[in-house]
Design a protein around this ligand. Sequence first.
Ligand SMILES: [Zn+2]
Ligand SMILES: [Zn+2]
Length: 347
Amino acid sequence: MNGTMKGLVKETPEAGAAVRYDLEIPRVKDDEVLVKVRYAAICGTDQHIYDWTPWAQERLHLPMVFGHEFSGDIVEVGSAVRRFSIGDRVAGETHIPCNSCAECLTGNAHNCEKMKIIGVHVPGAFCDYISVPQDCVWKLEGNMDYKTGALLEPMGVAVHGVFSGEISRRNVAILGCGPIGLMAVAAAAAGGAAKVMAADIFPAKLALAAEMGAARTVHTREEDLVQAILQETGGRGADVIIDYTGNARLISSAFAALKKGGRFTLVGLPNEKLTLDATNAIIYKEAVVNGVTGRRMYATWMQCSELLTSGAVCLDKLMGGEYALEDFAAAFAALKDGAPGKMLFRL
Ligand SMILES: [Zn+2]
Ligand SMILES: [Zn+2]
């Protein structure tokens, strides 16, 4: 497809971004599909890029269209594409695996040794059209709407974390009620957790957590997290604690609320080095500590599709705000102000 399109571009090495109307519609390579983007959601990663934090400075080469959580319609397919056709409704997978390293060859493509990321290393989805390898799209099942489709990628991070160990009949504490934490609350409840507890510092987010399946919410500035969890679990502690905050101090202290033999899953990237009393926090507890990055390709996608199409999880309450691309400043401001749910661009 020839022509120009609209997109949100990070142009200069400073905070902010700009809408451009003269971007070239990308050309489809043999193994790629061209997607007309319908909705794109803003991720914490995009906030880093927008604010031009050190994380973004180390990774991006400017100018760059950013954004990576998207849904849309396939409008063109490359000559080697077999799994998709024009007209397919799809969601975007951010990981671009190399398909030839040891991880890719052993079923761990989501943790590829040469991983590239859409919207960070290659042009992203805050635009009308994006061309991506066929590995990077997932067909929307049934009549799943585009907005939900745009949230499948972050939902995958939530679901991968929750189901990276046993969840059924376990007492589960979810730390952090941003969109991914909230999706984890819903996934844990749908997965048969005995009791889901959710912690955050924003009352509006805690209210959403309660609506999405948390039996107990903990405002960590007003209440002691460890005491609250112990109280809710007969003094034994949570079987599973999953952190989506990346708050190093909170993580360290929360180990005191983990039951013996429990699982502590780390998803959020700690904001500073983690210091732990490993003797009591892990060894004497025989605790299992695991890290989770991204989503499994495509086991997690199947789990997400199943949770949504069965009605076990619904993301409607997570739609925080819908914006035109031109209103990007307001969308990023809402995110920064701690507005609950996801901010989406309608394209
Ligand atoms: Zn993301
Ligand atoms: Zn690889």
